[in-house]
Design a protein around this ligand. Structure first.
Ligand code: ARG
Length: 281
């Protein structure tokens, strides 16, 4: 399942070529309809949401998009560690010469608007565990600063935005159906922060990963329907205007009893020793 999940971040073209693989990890439930259950948004409404791109690895159709990311500093982007896995990229991340962040662009194929910035340095959390999925975050240092007010504040430990029952929004260019329908344009889905107990029950351990409430966050809809999906990984989950999660994993997409699992942003801050995100790094 873990490998299948990785395979999911392949671009549309490749995903279409491996339908058997796609079906295996995520047969859609009746609730899967439309990020799943989402709606279109303009990049200007979430200027901190960026696309991770490599045209070399993923082709140019959707500007090479393969994961999401979120700007937490002018030259600092947070994403998921697994986005930089060799299993996703096909080669070690150092060998991807055209790794870029695309910011401020709603429609990827258009090539219009926003900025494409080269990634100067990647740092993958050395404690990332690909079996449990713990510590699934990485930092990208950009070659030049992002323009405008494109940075989101990270929610510190104890922030009410983490409270279960609250509404949150996840953004991305990921699969909208669970069977490999990759949109050209940015989408968002309104989800709920769910009690840890729901994810502890759903993901008690096994080949898919193990839910750990100190470093992960559970969100979606208890009855399924709205969720992030493959290709959204690394992107933001936002509540009360602050960043609370990074899209990380789940079983299928939008399935009842299998909520989305996010990296808990306060745990990233604790790990990095940040009280707030860096400004000009
Ligand atoms: N691992 C996926 C990715 O690489 C993200 C999966 C999120 N799944 C979910 N059901 N919320 O894009």
């Amino acid at each position: 399942m873990r490998r299948l999940a990785r395979a999911w971040v392949l671009p549309l073209v490749l995903a279409a070529a491996v339908p058997a693989l796609s079906m295996g990890s995520s047969a859609p439930s009746a609730a899967d309809s439309v990020v799943i259950g989402g709606f279109p948004v303009e990049a200007s409404q979430s200027p901190w949401t960026v696309a991770l791109s490599s045209r070399d690895r993923f082709g140019g159709t959707r500007a090479g998009q393969f994961c999401g990311g979120v700007a937490v500093g002018r030259t600092t982007v947070l994403t998921a560690a697994h986005c930089l896995d060799e299993g996703v990229l096909g080669v070690p991340s150092e060998r991807v010469r055209d790794l870029k962040v695309i910011a401020g662009r709603t429609d990827l194929p258009s090539g219009h608007g926003g900025q494409e910035v080269a990634v100067r340095r990647t740092w993958v959390n050395p404690a990332y565990d690909g079996v449990s999925n713990a510590g699934d975050f990485a930092l990208l240092t950009l070659a030049e600063p992002l323009q405008g007010d494109s940075i989101i504040t990270m929610a510190a430990d104890g922030d009410p935005a983490y409270a279960a029952g609250g509404t949150a929004t996840v953004y991305g260019w990921g699969d909208t159906s669970g069977v490999g329908d990759y949109p050209d344009s940015l989408r968002a889905a309104r989800v709920r922060v769910l009690p840890d107990a729901l994810c502890e029950e759903a993901y008690a351990g096994g080949s898919d990963g193990t839910y750990d409430a100190t470093s992960m966050l559970c969100a979606g809809e208890a009855e399924g329907g709205r969720d992030a999906c493959q290709g959204d990984s690394g992107g933001p989950l936002v509540a009360q205007g602050r960043l609370i999660g990074i899209v990380s994993w789940g079983i299928g997409c939008g399935r009842a009893g299998n909520p989305g699992v996010y990296v808990r942003v306060s745990d990233i801050m604790r790990t990095l020793g940040w009280t707030r995100a860096p400004e000009g790094v």
